[in-house]
Design a protein around this ligand. Structure first.
Ligand code: PEP
Ligand code: MG
Length: 350
């Protein structure tokens, strides 16, 4: 593997959101985290009641109080991640899934939440029902949550910055937090969320008397973001291609349901392989290539990576090398495959 590492041009990062996964990935050669999905940190038994309280809040004050409770968990998680990384970089992706995924369905949980919030069971049920969406993957998720509830992005920023500053001071690591805003499709929505992040990050730096640098970037996972990448790059300091969503939205079929009919497509030889596993270079790949070019026309040093499942697939890794990405990020166990594929891509495309 060290031999392969001499030849590859792509860096290899991992998708991880627990210290255990991080350590495992580092052992397998990951050079940092390309995608830390923060929502995974909210599903633990001790956290879910708190995020439910946040969702059920009727006022900003109530929401902020619930978020203040979550802050401690989120900050402790980030500290543990930065410690496991020992100075390697981490891209922290802000809350992404529709809030409906967090609400209770079990009658006991609904009753507990109602009691905790001084509401009736009917009121809790009504709010949970109101969050139902016909097409949640295209609904109120990603940066849209931060536009509606900037308090969430504020809490996450405080957690990242406080954790990074404290670990840098305690351990002497050189940490530059990378904050990633998901599901952006319009420069102005990125700017809106970025302004919220910058305000809190600067506030935390002042409180902690720190001059820590940080980067704010975005995922490119909506076709419109790829099409307007030159504009988006005016605000984004890095791009990470979320090719799971980008594939879903480019093909117009759901990543959760397409498995039910794709077999007929393989049998009929319409598609050779699963576009969610192997990047569709002809269509989705064109968007990736174009977005890299447009983004770098605006910001020549724009760092570009991929964090969709394709980041660990050899043929997709070769494509990433060819279009000039800086890194691929994949699940821990695929890190060695990505390292090897990246070296082969470099040798095959001299
Ligand atoms: C993606 O869409 O490719 C991505 C990495 O984000 P998620 O899978 O969490 O939607
Ligand atoms: Mg996504």
């Amino acid at each position: 593997m060290a031999w392969a590492d001499q030849f590859r041009k792509l860096s290899v990062r991992t998708n991880a959101d627990t210290p255990a996964d991080t350590l495992n990935a580092v052992r397998l050669g990951a050079e940092g985290i390309g995608l830390c999905r923060t929502e995974h940190m909210f599903f633990g038994e001790d956290r879910i009641p708190k995020i439910r309280k946040m969702i059920l809040s009727k006022t900003v004050e109530q929401r902020e109080a619930a978020l203040a409770e979550l802050l401690q968990f989120q900050k402790a998680d980030f500290k543990a991640m930065y410690e496991a990384l020992e100075g390697r970089p981490m891209t922290v992706r802000y809350l992404d899934p529709p809030l409906h995924e967090f609400v209770p369905t079990d009658p006991e949980d609904i009753a507990a939440l109602a009691k905790d919030m001084n509401l009736t069971v009917e009121e809790v049920k009504a709010t949970c029902d109101s969050l139902h969406e016909f097409n949640p993957m295209m609904g109120h998720r990603g940066c849209r949550l931060a536009v509606t509830y900037p308090e969430i992005a504020k809490m996450q920023t405080r957690a990242v910055m406080e954790a990074a500053i404290e670990v840098a001071e305690e351990k002497g690591y050189d940490i530059v937090p990378e904050i990633m805003i998901p599901l952006v499709g319009e420069k102005k929505e990125l700017k809106f969320v970025k302004d919220v992040v910058v305000e809190v990050a600067e506030q935390v730096k002042k409180e902690k008397n720190s001059d820590m640098q940080y980067h704010i970037g975005t995922m490119i996972e909506i076709p419109r973001a790829a099409l307007t990448a030159d504009k988006i790059a005016e605000e984004a300091e890095f791009f990470s291609f979320g090719t799971n969503d980008l594939t879903q939205m480019t093909f117009g079929f759901s990543r959760d349901d397409a498995g039910k009919f794709l077999d007929s497509y393989y049998k009929a030889k319409i598609y050779e392989s699963d576009p969610f596993a192997r990047l569709d270079q002809e269509g989705v790949g064109q968007l990736v290539k174009m977005a890299v070019e447009k983004g770098r026309a605006t910001r020549p040093n724009l760092k570009c990576g991929i964090c969709g499942e394709h980041g660990g697939d050899p043929s997709s890794v070769e494509f990433c090398h060819k279009v000039g990405l800086n890194y691929v990020s994949c699940s821990p166990f695929r890190v060695p495959i990505a390292r090897l594929a990246a070296a082969q891509a470099a040798l095959n495309n001299k």
